[in-house]
Design a protein around this ligand. Structure first.
Ligand SMILES: NC(=O)c1ccc[n+]([C@@H]2O[C@H](COP(=O)([O-])OP(=O)(O)OC[C@H]3O[C@@H](n4cnc5c(N)ncnc54)[C@H](OP(=O)(O)O)[C@@H]3O)[C@@H](O)[C@H]2O)c1
Length: 294
């Protein structure tokens, strides 16, 4: 009698391809390091190619890492860059097993800044970046099903003002723009998860916890940075853990539309189908203004 041995996580990840956005610092870099250790092949989506190549080299030198690591140009605040990246990816690869949307900015304590497409930078990067990249890669994700979308969100999130996501009517507040964007990351995850039900592609969101040593707070005043450090928190490796687990663990392969922290499902106070769909329409509207053919 042949006894079937349960595959280990490492065996199941060999031959799988993962895109990680924002892998050049903080949590994203740790996600890349930990996923490379599972044997999966990585595509690092970086806005700074040279830095991306340095990170890829660093990871490939880690003992035991056999993954292939490709570095591709991706600015998640730019529609054109996302479209170019997706096109280029599909020329090179026919399927995608896991997409980790992680690249993010926090413009707290900064004056308002707009993206190249004229959209408030935090919303453009943290929300539209997740939305458009996922939308553009859905066909290759479906081609690899069972496949996964893992969105790095946060528990630091507040009620989005869906009538003024870009702070055109409200006075601009970078901190509110950030916490709104992290709530939107969850709303858009639930909207994708609903559409992907039974497709073999799952979409989940996770919260890394406070990681005060990442670059996310580097533009804030020394007082704020000290205050955050005094609050404790965790390190980038621990912050990455739940995203890595969601990306690679066979036990969560078919879990869809859930929110996780420290590998445990937690509630999301923003669940509201009407709001999720409204945000979806806002994203579609902004993208079609850029180019009606997108
Ligand atoms: N740190 C925390 O306490 C915390 C807590 C909850 C959630 N999060 C979330 O975790 C994610 C990662 O944050 P982090 O703390 O690791 O921040 P980080 O150290 O600042 O790293 C951010 C990464 O995103 C990249 N990035 C930023 N804007 C980009 C763009 N337009 N196009 C492409 N890449 C871009 C950065 O690239 P460069 O190296 O080129 O700058 C970097 O690789 C974010 O989504 C954040 O909201 C963080």
């Amino acid at each position: 009698m042949v006894v079937k041995r349960k595959k280990t996580m490492y065996e199941t990840m060999k031959g799988r391809r993962i895109i990680i956005t924002g892998p050049t610092a903080g949590i994203g870099k740790e996600i890349a390091i930990q996923l490379a250790a599972t044997g999966a092949d990585l595509v690092l989506g970086c806005r700074r190619l040279e830095r991306g190549k340095q990170v890829a080299e660093e990871i490939s030198k880690i003992n035991g890492v056999t993954s292939s690591i490709d570095v591709m140009l991706l600015d998640t605040s730019s529609f054109e860059s996302i479209l170019n990246f997706s096109r280029e990816y599909k020329k090179r690869f026919s399927s995608l097993d896991i997409l980790v949307n992680n690249a993010g900015v926090n413009c707290a304590e900064q004056p308002r800044e707009d993206s190249v497409d004229g959209i408030e930078l935090t919303f453009a990067t943290n929300v539209l970046g997740y939305y458009l990249l996922t939308r553009e890669l859905l066909d290759v994700l479906k081609a690899a099903a069972p496949s996964r979308i893992v969105n790095v969100a946060s528990t630091f999130a507040s009620d989005p003002d869906l009538d003024d996501v870009e702070f055109k009517r409200r006075p601009y507040d970078g901190m509110k723009a950030y916490s709104q964007s992290k709530a939107c990351d969850r709303l858009i995850t639930w909207a994708f998860a609903r559409r992907l039900e039974k497709s073999g592609v799952t979409a989940n969101a996770m919260a890394p916890g406070l990681v005060p040593t990442s670059n996310l707070f580097s533009k804030m005043s020394p007082e704020t940075q000290n205050m955050l450090k005094q609050r404790g928190g965790t390190n980038p490796a621990q912050g990455a853990d739940t995203a890595v687990w969601l990306s690679s663990n066979p036990e969560v392969e078919y879990i869809n539309g859930k929110f996780f922290e420290q590998r445990r499902e937690i509630g999301c106070e923003f669940r509201n189908i009407e709001h999720e769909e409204k945000l979806w329409d806002i994203c579609e509207g902004m993208i079609s203004q850029f180019s009606p053919n997108v």
